[in-house]
Write a protein that binds this ligand. Sequence first.
Ligand code: FPP
Length: 253
Amino acid sequence: MTYTTTIQPVSSLPVELDPSRLPAHLAIIMDGNGRWAEQRKMPRTVGHAQGARTLKNILTCCDEWGISALTVYAFSTENWRRPLDEVNYLMSLFERMLAQELEAMHDRGVKLQFLGDLTGLPISVERAVRKAIELTQHNRGIAFNVAMNYGSRSEIVETCRILAARVQAGQLELGEIDEVTFGRELSDGLAPDLLIRTSGEMRLSNFLLWQLAYTELYFTDTLWVDFDRAALLKALLEYQGRQRRFGGLGGAV
Ligand code: FPP
């Protein structure tokens, strides 16, 4: 599905923002947790714990301001290369957050979805994820998509395999594979309107490579832990000042 802006009276929306020009779908690469902790001479894991709080606040804010979908990069396929202690901490943090926040998110109508290879997660995390998907599947509030054990290149390769198998089985003609069929298989409904990356890094780091083709990119030096409502407002104001042309001369395709 493609997310669309639903303009609703949102009392808490800052007056500077035009509700009809909010990104329907916001994606975030939450970067800088480790540096935030190191700057304070604390273990990197403290940064991740604080980062989880930030995520909770930003999800609530997106929901209140009328953004239809939030997609975050929580753990990449490359993140397994980190020290075992840090990986274990992150996995237990995901599990704990899901356990603590699931009911409250469900009550608010949040629809949780996950991207990435869930079978590669520790079994207890996979179970918590599947429970969250099942519980919230019919919710109609903000879509909260969490990329875990996710890598965009492998997602693209997997899509090639699926389509090739269909061709081999005689279910699909080679000529029928085009950007539309390929994109549909790859969930290109997940194309974000705006991508924010925190902490001053200016890379995509194997995140939603196909889906970001026409996304507006916003980079900020603010570390993820410090990314608050004011920082989000600044990003959204810059987004609203941009003209999206989708390769044409103006207006959406
Ligand atoms: C990047 O900072 C952050 C991560 C790899 C983990 C992000 C996870 C959270 C914010 C926890 C909450 C998530 C959920 C879904 C409950 P970094 O460690 O790369 O920071 P650095 O670049 O300063 O080292």
